[in-house]
Design a protein around this ligand. Structure first.
Ligand code: HEM
Length: 324
């Protein structure tokens, strides 16, 4: 039996591998800003310089928040990696793989850069985005900008507490940060985003017990339900549990509700951080294709994925070095 690769070994735990703020706690407010980069050399040079100055830009805003709640993570997608960095790809970095199930599709959409910005209030986030986009000028084109908000006691808009099974303590870096298996990119993390829109009327027409069977937890007090016995349809939490002989593979999720009631838009912005891209891909495969097929995740009958992009959030020093 092969053993799982070690986390970043002691000798590599230096400034070289210091991660971005992957482990920042779930926040009250967040923004998910996705940009594409214009392909000319001048635009690439501007983007390199802005990415290199990310830490300073973060400090400019973070210091104005006495509670120090402001954090920002930057991810770079497959298409932009080589032109921007001139370096080989992180081992698993690839475009988002579209997954077509019998009923639902995980679509793949454009995006070269992701800014995942978290804070205790929206003013900090908007100020940061304004300064950032000013610095980018016309080198980038925003393709999506979603403002997320914490909904009551950490619930998504389907009314279930979201984020419970996230790893914590030492299990958190072990699940999210690349280690000795890809030494050039140790301290980095794969990031997958998907924007989901909910059919609220259809979801709310279900009895709470039916909703609970779909999610795999109770609604009111957030208690885990036992896995459904075969051949019954598996719940969301069961389909998203990935394990092999070496144990379970966790990911870190910081999903946020977003809404525009006047437009009838209610959704969940899914964001997953992982040391291993294949783990999130496996979860998506089980959700959209089903396990066994065609028993897909019934959450999808009420939630439509309208975006899907994969990024890699490199260690802080790597990002800063792009400005040199
Ligand atoms: C409409 C979008 C989604 C909603 C509303 C949603 C909601 C939830 C809720 C309420 C839970 C149970 C509580 C918890 O442990 O957080 C959960 C668990 C989980 N979800 Fe999702 N989720 C969504 C999409 C996804 C996607 C796309 C993935 C991965 C590709 C994912 C991965 C997971 C994982 C790993 C768990 C924990 C399973 C465990 O108990 O070990 N979710 N989700």
């Amino acid at each position: 039996m092969t053993s799982r690769p070690a986390p970043i070994s002691a000798v590599r735990q230096t400034l070289d591998t210091e991660p971005q703020s992957i482990d920042a706690p779930l926040s009250i407010a967040a923004a998910f800003l996705v940009l594409t980069i214009k392909e000319d050399e001048a635009s690439l040079a501007t983007v390199r310089s802005v990415l290199g100055g990310t830490d300073d830009l973060i400090k400019n805003v973070a210091v104005r928040d006495i509670g120090r709640t402001f954090t920002c993570n930057v991810g770079i997608a497959h298409r932009a990696w080589s032109p921007l960095t001139g370096k080989p790809l992180p081992k698993e970095l690839a475009p988002f793989r579209e997954i077509q199930g019998a009923r639902h599709t995980a679509v793949s959409t454009p995006g070269d850069l992701l800014y995942h910005i978290r804070a205790a209030s929206m003013d900090l986030i908007v100020e940061f985005e304004r300064m950032l986009l000013e610095a980018f000028g016309d080198a980038v084109v925003p393709v999506d900008d979603v403002a997320g908000f914490r909904f009551f006691d950490g619930r998504d808009l389907l009314d279930f507490v979201d984020g419970t099974a996230n790893p914590d303590g030492l299990a958190l870096p072990d699940a999210t940060l690349v280690g000795d298996e890809d030494p050039d990119y140790a301290g980095g993390s794969y990031v997958v985003i998907q924007k989901y829109l909910h059919d609220m009327a259809a979801w709310r027409a279900l009895a709470p017990e039916a909703q609970e069977r779909i999610i795999g937890r109770t609604k009111y007090d957030n208690t885990e339900l036992p896995d459904a016995p075969a051949p019954e349809q598996k719940s969301h939490k069961t389909l998203c549990t990935i394990a092999d002989a070496q144990g379970e593979y966790d990911i870190l999720r910081d999903n946020m509700p977003f809404a525009s009631p006047g437009r009838g838009e209610y959704g969940t912005y899914f964001i997953g951080y992982s040391r291993r891209l294949w783990v999130i891909e496996k979860m998506l495969e089980r959700m959209f294709i089903g396990d066994p097929p065609p028993l897909h995740d019934r959450i999808l009958d009420f939630s439509r994925a309208i975006t899907g992009v994969v990024f890699f959030a490199p260690a802080r020093k790597f990002l800063a070095g792009l400005g040199d």
